[in-house]
Design a protein around this ligand. Structure first.
Ligand code: 4AD
Ligand code: MG
Length: 463
């Protein structure tokens, strides 16, 4: 007989009275010498199905290995449930044990482990309610992102993971090499001879797919990337990973206003998708971790984002009378505390901040006529701070060249990028959404290490 997923049973897709087969992991078993109640979960939903096993039918010995964490297959009759909390249960006829889980060594015996402890057993934590919920939400959000862009006629572009360029210029890159690190080929002047390395040049893991995304947008009009990115910044914060996933749409013929409109519509679409499709998981997280979660998600979906100049934002912060850990002045980059002040205390709404000082932003951003600012836009969210960073791009070849000269970026490294401005250049814009920051926001979790299956952070790459 074919296995049925627990989600389908609980959603009443099968009529009571039928024989069914379910497989999954035992969450709990309780009962007495007449009857045993097994709560079984197969990950298709956060909910468990109750298996009712007559002890005399199976024998006490046969049921003994059915402990928390063990994996079993059960066939039996689906019946309307007598107890509260579930509509159906299974009256077991046959039971097979795939794998036992020793009560003395299986670490997930009880509920209520700390998230810190669960990080140390990242290989087992998907079996908890919390991580099941987070992983299902992560999937739903990824799916809704592809759905959104597909409906809008954007093409999914695969950009390289190994590159020779540094998009953000932040200098926080992981090298990629096949050199023997104890015997690195040197040139006569003592510098490393990359000619002898695998690619014949210096390469690194990408920090962003944007530059390649622009090449395709200036041919297909509207594309997006969705892939892993890598940053070797040594920032041990609850919002930074060394390996994270980023979604980067890039659109020809969009100015900064079109870009802001897209970012707002996009975020609302995917958050609404989660609200409509992940109710059980969101209700669980709302109850266990963050009582305002669902309310906050609805609030973001239902309200217009505030749009504000960086300069005005600085004025508000200066006039706030608040002492920040990092003092603020015009020209400095905003820290999470500043972003969250604007969003949570001042406006009480998501904020899109634009026109940042050129000195704190990347080389590719379109320069404003004031000579001081660039057409950047950051979307700031409650509890998160920056969730999206983007800009209108500098499409003018001469202006772009003078900017990269100022920033000491060798033209020979990005000649191919400059070619797009030489041949058929076009106004265009794009942005990057940090996928884990989005998952943080939607799940209400507090630490970014708890929204990716296997987090990569400084001194941590165990699993
Ligand atoms: O603001 P960032 O650095 O922008 C870019 O990389 C541009 N190339 C995007 C574009 O215009 N196409 O990064 C974009 C987003 C941030 O807003 C943040 O959400 C996320 O990526 N992010 C990180 N997420 C987790 N860990 C990190 N270390 C992150 N750094 C950036
Ligand atoms: Mg940024």
């Amino acid at each position: 007989m074919e296995r049925i997923k627990i989600k389908d049973l609980l959603e009443n897709k099968i009529e009571p009275g039928k024989e069914v087969v379910v497989m999954g992991w035992v969450r709990t078993r309780r009962g007495n010498k007449n009857v045993s109640f097994i709560a079984l979960n197969d990950g298709s939903t956060i909910n468990t199905i109750q298996i009712v096993a007559d002890v005399p039918l199976f024998g006490e010995e046969a049921l003994k290995p059915v402990t928390t964490g063990s994996c079993i297959s059960v066939s039996g009759i689906l019946v309307a449930s007598q107890g509260q909390g579930q509509s159906v249960e299974i009256q077991a006829k046959k039971l097979e044990i795939f794998g036992t889980a020793d009560v003395d060594t299986y670490p997930l015996q009880k509920k209520g482990h700390t998230l810190e402890f669960l990080r140390e057993i990242a290989h087992l934590r998907p079996r908890t309610n919390t991580f099941g919920a987070v992983l299902r939400l992560r999937h739903a959000l990824a799916f809704s992102i592809h759905k959104y862009f597909n409906e809008k006629g954007f093409f999914y572009l695969h950009t390289p993971i190994i590159t020779g360029s540094d998009c953000e210029g932040a200098g926080a890159m992981f090298h990629v090499t096949t050199f023997d690190l104890n015997n690195i080929p040197k040139k006569e002047d003592g510098s490393i001879n990359y000619m002898e390395d695998f690619f014949g040049k210096e390469t690194n893991l990408t920090v962003s797919g944007q530059l390649e995304g622009e090449l395709a947008a200036l041919a297909l009009s509207e594309i997006y990337t969705f892939g892993p990115t890598f940053r070797a910044e040594n920032s041990n914060t609850p919002r930074h990973l060394a390996e994270f996933w980023m979604i980067e749409p890039e659109m020809a013929f969009y100015d900064i206003h079109d870009n802001m409109n897209l970012s707002e519509e996009f975020l609302k679409y995917i958050i609404r998708y989660a609200l409509e499709n992940c109710k059980d998981d969101l209700d669980f997280l709302n109850k266990m971790y963050d009582n305002e979660l669902v309310e906050r998600l609805k609030f973001v979906v239902e309200n217009e984002f505030v749009r504000l100049d960086y300069t005005e934002g600085i004025d508000i912060l200066l006039k706030s009378g608040k002492t920040f850990e990092f003092p603020i002045q015009w020209g400095s980059d905003l820290q999470a505390e500043h972003e969250r002040y604007l969003v949570e205390q001042h406006f009480k709404k998501p904020v899109i901040l634009t026109n940042y000082p050129r000195e704190i932003k990347a080389f590719y951003m379109k320069q404003n006529d004031d000579g001081k600012t660039v057409r950047a836009m950051d979307v700031l969210f409650p509890k998160i701070g920056e969730i999206i960073g983007g800009s209108q791009r500098e499409e003018n070849l001469e202006k772009l060249k003078s900017r990269i000269a100022e920033m000491c970026i060798p033209e020979k490294d990005i000649w191919w990028y400059l070619d797009t401005r030489k041949f058929g250049t076009a106004p265009h814009s794009g942005f990057g959404l940090g996928f884990e920051r989005l998952v943080l926001f939607v799940t209400g979790m507090a630490n970014i290490r708890d929204v990716i299956p296997f987090p990569r952070t400084p001194k941590n790459a165990e699993f």
